[in-house]
Ligand binder design. Sequence first.
Ligand code: FE2
Length: 189
Amino acid sequence: MAVTRDQAYEILHKYMEGERYLEHSYAVEAIMRGVAEKLAPEEVEYWGVVGLLHDLDEEHCEWKEHPETHGPTSVEILKKEGIDDPVLFDAICAHNPESGVKAKTKLQYAVLASDPMSGFLKAIAQIYPDKKIASVKHKSVLKRFREQRFAAGANRDYMEAIEFTGMDFDEFIDIALEAMRGIADRIGL
Ligand SMILES: [Fe+2]
């Protein structure tokens, strides 16, 4: 049975408390929905749910010491909650290649790319005096993207992996910016 957005939201809040993690989950959900509008218009809610739940286990596994558990632990939690959706499970694991699941489908590449993109755009917003995502321009995103030392934790290769879905990187930037602007208040930007 596929998870509804309401159900996903409820599960997320049951297992995630950190405000920054929650904001990150909403941001990735919004980007995934934006990407799905282009690539899978029938599945916008579903792609959003993948974004919303991709880090579900953040506070429940030792992801620093054991990065391979980040993803599979979310799957265990979801199973415990009565969810049985292999497509969702594989997509969640594929956002962290260290889980052993390598992205192959468009949905998997989209979550692999949307995760670092959300943090990257947030890091750029924070350079501006108003710290608003509304201040971030496409051109500045490209400039910062080339500065390897800037937000070094945001994996450039994963972000560019969006191209495996057929979407070009420039379009992805615009979609992600628009998505995050659309929920700016909820994500503190
Ligand atoms: Fe994430």
